[in-house]
Ligand binder design. Structure first.
Ligand code: ATP
Length: 355
């Protein structure tokens, strides 16, 4: 393991920002910390960087215990949301800064700066000042500065938060390519679940100072371990269910739901997760084990797909997402009464002791 946290606790007065974090990041891995505002992401990052120290627990980089080591001894590169470039220095001087701090000789410095700027496709921009660059370019300079000294760990804290959507998507792919090419062990922080799903080798979902779940993007999305994770990662229909005997559950506002396996001991409470893209609407709902009817109360066109809000006779609302084909008009409209269905294999059961 390249980065190991064990039992990390951090309190600020009565607030417990981190309530016991265990985390392992493998060499060359990009692990994303995903969580809502206030869940402790930044505190965790600061502890890894050495700007904060834990009240309890340990931080190891490789075999070294760095729990109380100062930032400069940790060999960690960082990129934050607000570029934090030195405004009076040129791009090349900004990128050279960490090398000067490390007292590298000038020829080696110049070679490495050129290499890092080429990696972020800014080879021609070394002489410019930060204010003469676009936001995306400035963020690429920050990235070049973070990797120029070949850090053993790269920390990215919402690095694309200030960029517009298109640029953000381009930067996400660029960082991913660079991170893979250089095999950089990376801790990435975001509250944007889509970004996490795109970028990550693994995702750790945080809530209230704890890691709720850690796993492959596909696992976290398709098999969330808690209701919080199901709700936070992607859009969801969460049905309050009670297990019946056999592979069936009773869902509030829906009725009997057929599953592929028992939802628990008969009578046990469980949350049934059905992702919006798993719902079938209209003719495709015919023949599915789980069927009902509802009224379309809202349609939102999103380019490649359309999002439908449906209301059943019981008042239960469901969200569906259907693919759109540009060549065909969308056949459904608000106010339509439609069959709704989903397959047993599209129901993920979350055992819910706390509910
Ligand atoms: P955001 O996405 O909004 O940046 P976050 O997940 O990064 O949120 P943190 O900044 O780590 O969350 O904060 C976690 C909790 O610790 C919050 O309740 C916050 O108010 C509290 N906290 C963080 N730093 C301090 C501090 N220096 N003093 C007091 N409380 C703090």
């Amino acid at each position: 393991m390249d980065l190991t946290l064990r039992g990390v606790v951090r309190r600020f007065g009565t607030v417990t920002a981190l309530a016991g974090i265990d985390l392992d990041v493998a060499e060359g891995e990009l692990l994303t910390i995903l969580g809502p505002s206030g869940s402790g992401k930044t505190t965790l990052l600061k502890i890894v960087a050495g700007f904060e120290f834990p009240d309890e627990g340990t931080v190891h980089l490789g075999n070294s215990d760095v729990t109380v080591a100062p930032p400069r001894s940790r060999d960690v590169g960082m990129v934050f949301q607000n570029y934090a470039l030195f405004p009076h220095m040129t791009v090349a001087q900004n990128v050279a800064f960490p090398l000067e701090m490390r007292r590298l000789a000038k020829p080696e410095r110049e070679r490495r700066v050129a290499e890092a700027l080429a990696l972020v496709e800014l080879a021609e921009y070394g002489h410019r000042l930060p204010r003469q660059l676009s936001g995306g370019q400035q963020q690429r300079v920050a990235l070049a500065r973070a990797i120029v000294f070949k850090p053993r760990l790269l920390l990215l804290d919402e690095p694309f938060g200030a960029l517009d959507r298109k640029l953000r998507e381009a930067m996400q792919l660029e960082v991913r390519r660079l991170q893979r090419r250089l095999k950089l062990t990376t801790l990435f922080i975001t509250h944007d679940q889509e970004e996490a799903l795109i970028l990550s080798d693994r995702i750790a979902v945080m809530s209230a100072g704890r890691i709720e779940q850690i796993g492959l993007p596909d696992d976290v999305y398709a098999r969330p371990g808690t209701r919080f994770v199901a709700d936070f990662v992607g859009e969801s229909n969460l049905l309050d269910g009670v297990a019946r005997s056999g592979a069936e559950a009773e869902a509030a506002g829906f009725g009997t739901v057929t599953l592929i396996a028992p939802a628990g001991a008969p009578g046990a409470r469980a949350t049934l997760l059905v992702r919006p893209e798993a719902l079938r609407i209209g003719a495709p709902a015919a023949g599915l084990a789980n069927r009902t009817t509802g009224t379309i109360i809202e349609t939102v066109f999103l380019g490649l797909s359309v999002k439908l809000r449906l209301r059943l006779g019981t008042g239960l609302e469901l969200l569906a997402r259907l693919p759109l084909r540009p060549s065909e008009p969308f056949p459904l409209a608000e106010g339509d009464d439609v069959p709704i269905g989903f397959a047993p294999e599209d129901v993920h059961v979350i055992a819910d002791a706390g509910r």
